[in-house]
Design a protein around this ligand. Structure first.
Ligand code: GLN
Length: 286
């Protein structure tokens, strides 16, 4: 009598429920293990997992039950319809950050040269998304973390974003003496001690990419304080911030002499990005 070993099929894996793991998470993990897209799972329900695939999938499931973010397990995340490699060295790109890219693209000429600075680039998602949509712009993307610089460079290479230059630096130190037409940043903006830091994906993300002092605004202040030295007259500074920080950001921008100060909300209706224009004083209400 021969022993038959029953390896699960794609359909069986997808129909199984794992406590604390949503059906979408299960699907994403399986896609990651098989290195295929959603369509493949639908069109190959009877494909049997190899022993290695089954083992990897089971390990992903138990790590997911332990809370590890899907993006770190599968090693990638989509942002602005582009695929980005991510590791625990970088913040996982968020859907709401697409608003920062939208706002930047509105202010960068589609057909002329322009210099853009992305501060605290992490995975490079914001800089690379801008670069792919504005091929005539030159983007400088700065990060102080060696781990992040490696990932950002890999992502720039993967997307053939030859108009992105990734440099090491602590905010503006990497671009001393340089001026830009536009500065964008998604800095750390969570307050130290915020209970969200102990929940969900944030538990696994680099604290240096999340936390910025007791009110979460330490990095925003640093960026705004020195922005004038690195922006041309009429250049824009655009910042992502926390759900309750729009007013504080607008005040800081006005205090630093920025005009046309504005905030706008993300798809969830949360005020998420604020900005202002250097050397123009037509202030609007927040
Ligand atoms: N948006 C992230 C969060 O609150 C924080 C990212 C950041 O600090 N830039 O989960």
């Amino acid at each position: 009598m021969s022993l038959s070993i029953h390896r699960p099929t794609i359909a069986q894996v997808l129909h199984q429920s794992y406590s604390g793991v949503s059906a979408t998470d299960t699907r994403m993990l399986l896609q990651g293990v098989l290195d295929v897209g959603h369509a493949h799972l639908i069109t190959h329900p009877d494909q049997v997992l190899t022993p290695d695939q089954e083992q990897k999938f089971n390990s992903f499931i138990s790590r997911r039950i332990n809370g590890e973010p899907i993006a770190y397990l599968v090693g990638e995340r989509e942002f602005y319809s582009l695929r980005f490699e991510v590791t625990p060295a970088v913040l996982i790109p968020r859907l709401e950050t697409e608003l920062l890219v939208d706002q930047a693209l509105e202010r960068i000429p589609a057909r002329g040269p322009s210099k853009v600075l992305d501060l605290g680039t992490g995975s490079g998602a914001v800089a690379i998304a801008i670069a792919k949509h504005r091929p005539f712009a030159s983007i400088t993307a700065v990060d102080f973390s060696d781990g992040a610089l490696i990932i950002a460079r890999m992502n720039a290479k993967y997307h053939d974003a030859t108009n992105v230059c990734i440099v090491a630096g602590d905010w503006y130190t990497g671009v001393a003496g340089e001026e830009f037409d536009l500065i964008v940043s998604n800095p750390p903006y969570v307050a130290d001690g915020d209970p969200h830091l102990g929940q969900g994906d944030l538990r696994f993300e680099p604290r240096t990419a999340l936390v910025a002092g007791t009110d979460g605004l330490d990095c925003v202040r640093r960026i705004i304080d020195s922005a004038e030295d690195h922006l041309i007259r009429g250049g824009w500074l655009l910042l992502e911030h926390g759900y309750d920080q729009a007013e504080a950001c607008c005040q800081l921008l006005r205090g630093a002499g920025f005009g046309e100060v504005f905030s706008c909300s993300d798809l969830a209706g949360v005020m998420r990005v604020s900005g202002g224009k250097r050397g123009s004083f037509l202030a609007q209400s927040c």
